[in-house]
Design a protein around this ligand. Structure first.
Ligand code: G6P
Ligand code: MG
Length: 217
């Protein structure tokens, strides 16, 4: 029996992935770099600074900016991103998420958030679901980002669940890799990408049966 749930945020609880994309695209274009949705896929689950590094490398500008200038670029992207979330509300929860969290609560299954986003607490507050989570891992406390398993191991520990008794939910390839390296059962959520290594994949949370899921090996 599985005893705890660890959720990614962007693309699992809410579709902020599109707002990240728009904000990064705007910043990248302002410095002469273009990229498309295919490249954007490689940024999912990746921290803000690592995403900026990947974008700069993509545009052959990896040595163009000082660390301070890079900080300013990342801040500019984040300011635009946060502005685009101004009207975020419970209507922006992805399909099936609210019901799933309610059922987890009914079954007394503890839940934690393992997101690389420093905006996670603010986003969960706006979505009206912060009270469902026993812990939100602070990405500033991590040595390594996804696909390293550290964030998932910390999330499971924070709700007193062994990784092998936990289920991780992810929409990004880097996240699925981290969940599997942590020794957890991985639920991939994506209607468009094939998530390699996921134990099961669904297009949305509406397809998940919590009783069946917790009885997974
Ligand atoms: C998530 C998203 C990434 C984002 C990262 C950091 O993992 O999938 O696209 O870059 O969080 O988010 P932040 O809100 O801290 O910039
Ligand atoms: Mg995600």
């Amino acid at each position: 029996m599985k005893k705890g749930f660890v959720f990614d945020l962007d693309g699992v609880i809410t579709d902020t992935a599109k707002f990240h994309y728009i904000a990064w695209k705007e910043l990248a274009e302002s410095i002469g770099i273009t990229f498309d949705e295919v490249f954007n896929e490689t940024l999912k689950g990746i921290s803000r600074m690592d995403s900026l590094d990947r974008i700069l490398a993509h545009g052959n500008q990896e040595n163009k900016f000082t660390p301070l200038e890079k900080e300013a670029l990342a801040e500019k992207k984040n300011d635009n991103y946060v502005k685009s979330l101004e009207d975020l509300s419970e209507n922006d929860l992805l399909p099936g998420v609210h019901d799933f969290l309610l059922k987890a609560r009914e079954h007394q299954i503890p839940c934690a958030i393992a997101s690389a986003s420093k905006n996670a607490p603010m986003i969960l507050e706006k979505l009206g679901v912060i009270s469902f989570f026993g812990h939100i891992v602070d990405p500033d406390t991590l040595k390594k980002g996804k696909p390293d398993p550290e964030i998932f191991i910390k999330a499971a520990e924070s709700i007193d669940i062994k990784p092998e008794d936990a289920i991780g939910f992810e929409d990004a390839q880097a996240g699925i890799e981290g969940i599997k390296k942590a020794g957890m059962y991985a639920v991939g959520i994506s209607a468009t990408e094939t998530l390699i290594g996921a134990d099961i994949q669904v297009a949305s949370m509406t397809e998940l049966d919590i009783e069946l899921l917790v009885s997974s090996k």
